[in-house]
Ligand binder design. Structure first.
Ligand code: ZN
Length: 420
């Protein structure tokens, strides 16, 4: 099959006007000017017309199972207040609620151009069936906490390993997610790191997200410490920053995705960079919690691989009548509105190639190159190449078309290829 569009954005090379890609067996085999691609490859041509054809987006942090909580939690006074609210909300939900919410989230991501997502799975029950029911490439990270249940770290990790053993690896990989420093004990972080690496799995953790978490680990004080010091041993508090804590207990590495990293101490950026860890920024969630300015330039200068995630809709602001939806375009636009020093092209790279690199998929997704998976999206675009990146990061609503592994998953305004 050959796809043609007015504008082609490979992202691993310059934009092409009147471009084309050739696809065979779910992979891209040629990329370039349409006449060259058409001359060198056989197969039917599908003309997407006045559109920009580009790689599908890589959402490096999401909680599909909280999609139905959109707009249900008012912006909190402190971060621990939000944690308490979501715990209350979750306690009133049934398995069916979480399952419906997960599927709704997957549909929203497909509509808005995400083709690969790193998803935190708080409810592993039924996960293999959910993964099989969506064409989305879901990289599932089983969430581990254990503070409230006071269960042994080794048995928690063993349960997660058992849950993942049932998940096929056809479209997305699996991994482990110790939830956050405050909701885990150091032994769990160490056990997770060891077991994940034995299996070749990636690890992701909410890290240095709030001022309350920073104060708890750095200074043994603040609302998070006051809330938790009777619930978990706190001999690991007052010893250094959350990033230092994660480093001391073996999480950092090229296979680690630190989510948020909003509150950093002196050399935390260097610690993340030298370990090869990636950082996932979630702009709308960051805005919802009114965190201090995201240290983008410090992390970028240190050499950290930075990418973007939507986080969950339980921490997205509701403006107007309709609830928020999962869309990385909205997160790109929010990022642009908060940091004018980063170009639209660089912002788009956070949501494509950088996310791919964080998931160990560089050259496989997040770019259009020969050998990459045929995960592509199209957006309406009738202008020239000037301002094309600005137009993309401010795109609103569903994408025109989306393909995963050479199969259309969205075409002519609706999703296709999903189980009913
Ligand atoms: Zn999260």
């Amino acid at each position: 099959m050959i796809l043609r569009s007015r504008t082609l954005l490979p992202l691993c090379g310059p934009p092409v006007e009147n471009g084309g890609i050739a696809i065979e067996h779910g992979r891209i085999v040629a990329v370039g000017p349409f006449h060259e691609v058409a001359a060198g490859n056989a197969g039917p041509v599908q003309d997407l017309g006045d559109a920009v054809l580009m790689p599908g987006l890589v959402n490096a942090h999401c909680h599909l199972d909280y999609t139905g909580m959109a707009g249900m939690i008012a912006r909190p006074r402190t971060f621990p207040d939000w944690i308490k609210s979501i715990l209350t909300l979750k306690s009133g939900w049934s398995d069916a609620d979480f399952e419906a919410s997960w599927h709704a989230g997957a549909r929203q991501l497909l509509e808005t151009g995400t083709t690969t997502v790193a998803n935190i799975e708080a409810f592993p029950k039924g996960l293999p069936e959910r993964r099989a029911a969506t064409p989305l490439r879901v990289h599932s990270f089983i969430e581990l906490t254990g503070v409230r249940s006071q269960r042994e770290p080794e048995s928690l990790v063993a349960d997660a390993v058992a849950a993942l053993a049932e998940c096929g690896r056809s479209r997305g990989t699996v991994g482990l997610s110790p939830h956050a420093p405050y909701s885990t004990v150091p032994q769990l972080l160490r056990a997770t790191a060891r077991v994940a690496r034995e299996h070749g799995w990636r690890i992701t953790t909410h890290l240095a997200e709030s001022l309350a978490e920073f104060e708890m680990f750095m200074f043994r004080r603040g609302p998070m410490f006051d809330w938790l010091h009777g619930q978990r041993p706190c001999d690991d508090c007052g010893r250094g920053s959350p990033v230092r804590h994660a480093s001391d207990h073996g999480l950092l590495g090229p296979d680690f995705l630190a989510v948020h990293a909003n509150y950093l101490w002196n050399d935390d950026d260097a610690l993340l960079a030298s370990s090869g860890s990636s950082v996932v920024h979630c702009p709308r969630s960051h805005d919802y919690f009114r965190h201090q300015r995201f240290p983008f330039s410090d992390l970028a200068k240190a050499g950290v691989n930075l990418c973007l995630g939507t986080d969950s809709l339980a921490s997205a602001r509701t403006d107007g009548a309709s609830p928020p939806t999962l869309s990385l375009f909205e997160d790109m636009a929010m990022f642009a509105s908060r940091d004018a020093t980063v170009s639209p092209e660089a912002i788009l790279r956070l949501a494509t190639g950088n996310g791919a690199r964080a998931l160990g998929l560089a050259g496989v997704v997040g770019e259009l190159s020969p050998g990459a998976l045929a995960d592509v999206i199209a957006l309406p675009h009738s202008a020239g190449l000037r301002d094309v990146f600005d137009g993309i990061i401010h795109h609103v609503g569903p994408v025109q078309a989306s393909m995963i592994g050479g199969e259309w998953v969205r075409k002519d305004g609706k999703n296709t290829g999903e189980a009913p």
